[in-house]
Ligand binder design. Structure first.
Ligand code: TRP
Ligand code: ZN
Length: 868
């Protein structure tokens, strides 16, 4: 590395020296030498007549001020410093860039045949020299010029205001965005597409043109995205009273994209994975993912665009809040319980693991080297849990009052997390002083509960202790304000009212101290407590439940989430016990009553099938690993396999009956149909493991009339290593090898291959005609799944998995550091493994560290991991 990358600190925020009120951009698009002319209206804000503009990978062609060539400037490594400036001036900068060579997919690049941009977080500086920070908001006018035959559609933010023809077969379109915005929300697209159009009438009666642009030939895969968009617009009006604010909303699907999607004003750019779907190409979870991401980007129009972030440390201000909004959207449209369960699995699995890793950080980070490294589960998902806690504490009405005040105060500006808390506080009168700690404290708190029943006094006492273990970024921890939602049950299943000091109290206890006791009165029998209902705070719960109490809650708890959670705690007890047994050479065992409790759920006619499917899904290896300081990869894998085998064996008749009862003749994607398929396919996964499994799975595959069933069969064959696996995989590949997006599901199964030669197969699969390391989706599907979802082979004692990861990372370091930096995460967690594995992992990290062109994305993570 030429220079050690420098960290930035949240505390060092200073307002910009200048602002830019208007910018007029002209793009003369060519594959290798696009000319960008930026005419900015600049105003000095402070004392200095010097301005430093951000810029990377640019060729500077000219600089002028008020129409005169300017020579008082200096070009630095990542900036352009202009001096001796007037207080207000028009700045014209011409830069040249090479979109085709841009494999990092940041700034202006080519995806397939189209030009597109990605500017968040700091990509605009790869287009022109600019004040590339979110607190500089300008009105944009953008003229796009390109060859007409190859690029018939020329798009940018806002409204189309002019267009024309040029000689040489070129044409141009000019766009104007009336809403001032930071540079990260700028977008441009040029290409040839099929377009799906619709019109949405807002609640105040304005008509909005909706346009979804997809690669030619993909129009039949766009309708679900359009439906999701319309549902999002309607939902935001109904639930948040927020209306869209332009006359046109465009979505473009591209194949080469580093993340899920991007909320650029009026012109969202999407990873095609989150747009394209039909019954033959997409699974139910693809459909639901599209609904969630379309919603997410649409909701950013208010939480992100109308109110943006003052600086990048405030990222959770828009992301945590927008994830909360998309989760609520999905929950209002589908099953609230199933959505909650799936979101909680993400927090308890990968987010808790991030808290425990060298990358631990608060939802509002304090120190950043590469901003792209902080688009994390912590900022997004834990950030959303923090927003959800406001909702739990204030109620829907209070929360909406707070939102209203937040928009009244900050619409059109760049705000901070503190501004959000203040709005919530001022709108409701609730004191959130201690609650603010959730923004600055990293790590996962543990809430340890014990109980005591006094029959004589008719009291039930809950003692609640909280502590947060030190994390790599932060040694000292303090007590948080934890909304702790509980309920008490009598033996027959009735709910015991909560009475404290003679008054009935809310189910949500305010836990604020390190140790607190709650004395409930008029409790006439020893109750079973339901604790941390709805996962009311992102914490680890410790309470010494007996098997009987958990089985009781599985049937009697009033809400589905609590029932599911009880089933998970019961499984967790057995997983822990079995891991120990396996480590001592014993066999996996599950008590017959426990199997019966799951049988009861499987056969409950009054439960939704999607919910039953969640109860019958064991936690992933990753989540279980998170329970241990030192992870025994093989013992955990053996335990999970053994428990699956026991359930399959003991429940085979019921599984088979449910499997056959849930067959649907017609395919539809309504939530009830999705739920039935989910449960039927969970049953298939178990039945694959018993006699006749191979035939059943084969039949399931060949009779499938939709992608969900197809993939369910392939996964079942893969996980149970059935003889039919190869034939099914071959059939699928023959059918879909021309379509990378559809092949991603196949690559993922290859990555998760439990067979002994998995790594060899993965390496061979990299030669498949549909595979390319240049495409982030392909890389994540195959390599990402091997690193993250195939722990047994990734962590193979020989170190072969680590070496493979190292090879891939060294290559991606130069082509696409953002993708490399997401891929490296499992390698950072070396501290959790035995000494031999630790040494092998460290060796790979050292070899990365020694590279002389190590990107700052990887530098930041590798350095932290080596300090652990
Ligand atoms: N703001 C985007 C979202 O959450 C995500 C995003 C951040 C992104 N950086 C990106 C997307 C880089 C693609 C590439 O919706
Ligand atoms: Zn977002």
């Amino acid at each position: 590395m030429s220079q050690t990358p420098q960290a930035k600190y949240r505390e060092d925020y200073t307002p910009p020296s200048h602002t830019i009120t208007d910018i007029d951009l002209t793009f003369d698009l060519y594959d290798n030498n696009t000319l960008v002319t930026a005419v900015s209206q600049v105003k000095q804000l402070g004392e200095s007549n010097v301005v430093e503009l951000d810029g990377e990978a640019l060729k500077l062609r000219s600089v002028s001020v008020n129409g005169e060539a300017w020579s008082a400037y200096e070009v630095k490594e990542a900036s352009l410093v202009l001096s001796q400036l007037p207080t207000e001036f028009e700045l014209t900068i011409v830069t040249e860039i090479d979109p085709e060579a841009n494999t990092a997919l940041e700034g202006l690049y080519k995806s397939g045949g189209a030009f597109c941009t990605q500017c968040e977080a700091e990509g605009f500086r790869r287009i022109t020299y600019y004040l590339d920070r979110p607190d500089v908001l300008a009105r944009y006018t953008t003229k796009v010029i390109a060859d007409k035959a190859t690029y018939p559609y020329l798009l940018s933010n806002g409204n189309r205001v002019a267009q024309g023809e040029l000689k040489g077969g070129r044409h141009w379109v000019q766009w104007q965005d009336p809403h001032p915005k930071p540079a990260y929300l700028f977008a441009l697209v040029a290409g040839d597409f099929d377009v799906l159009r619709d019109i949405y009438t807002t609640k105040s009666g304005r008509k909005v043109d909706l346009e979804i642009f997809v690669d030619k030939g993909n129009l039949d895969r766009a309708p679900h995205a359009m439906t999701s968009l319309i549902n999002s617009m309607k939902w935001d009006e109904e639930r948040f009273d927020l209306e869209y604010d332009l006359d046109i909303y465009m979505i473009v699907a591209v194949d080469f994209f580093n993340m899920g999607a991007m909320e650029n004003k009026g012109l969202n750019i999407f990873n095609s994975k989150f747009v394209l779907a039909n019954s033959q190409t997409a699974t139910d979870s693809d459909y639901l993912g599209i609904e969630a991401v379309i919603g997410h980007e649409y909701f950013h129009n208010w939480t992100g665009n109308r109110v943006t972030c003052r600086d990048w440390f405030q990222l959770s201000l828009k992301e945590g809040l927008t994830v909360f909004r998309d989760q609520e959207f999905s929950s209002d449209l589908g099953s609230r319980a199933v959505n909650r369960i799936q979101n909680v699995r993400v927090i308890r699995g990968p987010q808790f693991a991030e808290d425990a890793s060298p990358m631990s950080h608060p939802i509002r980070p304090d120190k950043v080297i590469e901003m792209n490294n902080f688009y994390t589960l912590t900022v997004y998902e834990k950030g959303s849990e923090v927003i959800r806690m406001y909702h739990t504490l204030l109620g829907e009405e209070g929360f909406q009052k707070g939102m209203k005040l937040y928009f009244e105060r900050h619409d059109g500006t760049a705000a901070t997390c503190e501004d959000f808390v203040s709005a919530m506080e001022d709108a409701t009168g609730v004191d959130l002083t201690q609650f603010r700690l959730w923004y600055s404290q990293s790590g996962t708190p543990t809430v340890r509960v014990s109980s005591q029943y006094d029959a004589g006094a008719q009291t039930y006492v809950l003692t609640v202790e909280q502590f947060t273990e030190p994390t790599q970024d932060q040694a000292e921890k303090h007590a948080l304000h934890i909304p702790f939602d509980i309920e008490l049950y009598a033996a027959g299943g009735s709910v015991i009212p909560l009475i404290v000091e003679g008054k009935s109290v809310s189910n949500v206890l305010d836990v604020k101290a390190e140790k607190q006791t709650f004395v409930f009165e008029n409790v006439s029998e020893c109750p079973v407590p339901s604790l941390l209902r709805e996962f009311s705070a992102p914490v680890k719960l410790e309470y010494n439940y007996s098997d009987e109490e958990l089985m009781f809650l599985m049937t009697y708890a009033r809400n589905e989430f609590a029932r599911w959670d009880a089933s998970q705690m019961l499984l967790a007890k057995y997983i822990r016990a079995n891991v120990q047994r396996v480590q001592q050479g014993g066999d996996v065992e599950v008590a017959a009553e426990v199997v019966d409790a799951f049988r009861g759920v499987l056969l409950s006619a009054d439960l939704e099938p999607a919910f039953i499917a969640e109860v019958l899904s064991l936690p992933q290896h990753n989540e279980v690993s998170g329970w241990y300081k030192l992870v025994d990869v093989d013992a955990i894998a053996k335990t999970l396999e053994g428990m699956r085998a026991i359930f399959a064996d003991q429940l085979q008749e019921e599984l088979s009956a449910v499997y056959h009862s849930l067959k649907q003749a017609q395919y539809s994607i309504d939530h009830a149909a999705i739920g039935k398929r989910a449960l039927r396919n969970i049953c298939l996964g178990y039945l694959a493991r018993i006699a006749g499994g191979n035939e059943l799975v084969e039949k399931h595959y060949y009779q499938a009339n939709n992608m969900t069933d197809t993939i369910a069969a392939m996964s079942a064959a893969n996980n149970a290593q059935l003889p039919c696996r190869e034939a099914l995989m071959q059939d699928y590949s023959d059918k879909w090898k021309h379509d990378g997006l559809v092949m991603d599901k196949w690559f993922m199964i290859q990555g998760c291959n439990p067979a002994a030669n998995a790594l060899e197969v993965v390496k061979q699969t990299m030669q498949h005609e549909a595979f390319s390391l240049k495409n982030p989706n392909r890389t994540r599907s195959l390599v990402g799944s091997f690193l993250n979802l195939n722990p047994v082979h990734f962590h193979d004692k020989s170190g072969s998995g680590y070496r493979f990861a190292g090879e891939i990372l060294r290559e991606l370091n130069s082509t696409n550091p953002q993708v490399a930096s997401r891929l490296i995460d499992p390698l950072l967690k070396l501290a959790k493994y035995d000494d031999e594995r630790k040494a092998l992992m460290r060796a790979e990290l050292e070899s990365l560290k020694a590279m002389d062109n190590l990107a700052k994305d990887l530098f930041e993570k590798v350095s932290k991991a080596l300090e652990s």
